[in-house]
Design a protein. Structure first.
Length: 259
């Protein structure tokens, strides 16, 4: 039986800087420059049970603790289905670009039926590219350099075709990723994306730990992280509720904002 290997490690300082640059840029900072980079898309064609994963942890400057904070900071709020998902490497880091077919738009900036692309941190790259993710020398055998490996941020998988999502996202107004088409960035990558399940329940990912591999010290760190959201449980931190309830919250909040 194939084993799913999860490699737990702290995020590299360069990756922290890169993530913070994205967040500062989206919040209006204009003095950030990056070297131009060719964006290369790759289809998600891999077997999840057999692929290795590297899970990086991030400390965000801003934490979106509730629906109100998401609504206030989002440029777009939409529901829809993922119809395409591709990953790409940009400035030595891996991202996923998903295409969303919109079924509902809440703030009238997009229309039902529109297709948009949004970008998440993480995705699939090759073992040969891991040298960019850590300052430590990695002795990767030559015959494994092109093997796929999945990059996760706080354990959050990126979007896959067929998933239904509710998205709170920023408009990449100045084309940070050098894309041909307009793209959007979910708030804090995974904090602004909610999965809609078959029972019309919605919830978002929160940073979790692997109980079999994590020390008590790291479990304490997780508890601190949950408390930093001002919640007393995982269930409350992921904001799980019915789709109908979440939609009504959004509508009510948008009415208040417009007053």
């Amino acid at each position: 039986m194939e084993k799913r290997t999860i490699i737990r490690c702290r995020i590299d300082i360069l990756f922290i800087i890169f993530i913070l640059c994205i967040l500062e840029y989206l919040n209006g900072t204009k003095n950030i420059t990056l070297a131009s980079s060719q964006v290369e898309f790759k289809e998600r064609k891999f077997s999840v049970p057999s692929i290795q994963q590297i899970n990086y942890a991030a400390d965000f400057i801003t934490i979106y603790k509730n629906t109100k904070e998401l609504v206030l900071d989002a440029d777009i709020i939409v529901e829809g289905e993922i119809i395409k998902s591709q990953y790409f490497d940009f400035n030595h880091h891996t991202f996923t670009c998903a295409t969303l077919q919109i079924s509902k738009s809440f703030n009238n900036k997009l229309n039902t039926g529109d297709r948009i692309e949004f970008i998440e941190v993480g995705g699939v790259t090759t073992k040969g590219n891991l040298k960019w993710y850590t300052s430590k020398k990695m002795n990767i055998p030559t015959n494994e350099m092109h093997q796929p490996i999945e990059i996760l941020l706080d354990g959050a998988s990126t979007s896959k075709s067929g998933e239904r999502v509710l998205l709170f996202a920023k408009d990449d107004k100045e084309n940070f990723f050098n894309m041909k088409e307009k793209v959007y960035i979910p708030l804090n990558s995974y904090q602004g994306k909610f999965i809609i399940d078959k029972n019309n329940q919605v919830k978002r990912h929160i940073a979790m730990y692997d109980q079999k591999r994590t020390s008590l010290q790291n479990k304490s760190s997780l508890i601190h992280k949950i408390h930093s959201f001002e919640y007393d449980s995982v269930e409350k931190a992921n904001l799980e509720t019915t789709l109908m309830n979440m939609e009504q919250q959004i509508i009510d909040l948008l009415v208040l904002v417009q007053k």
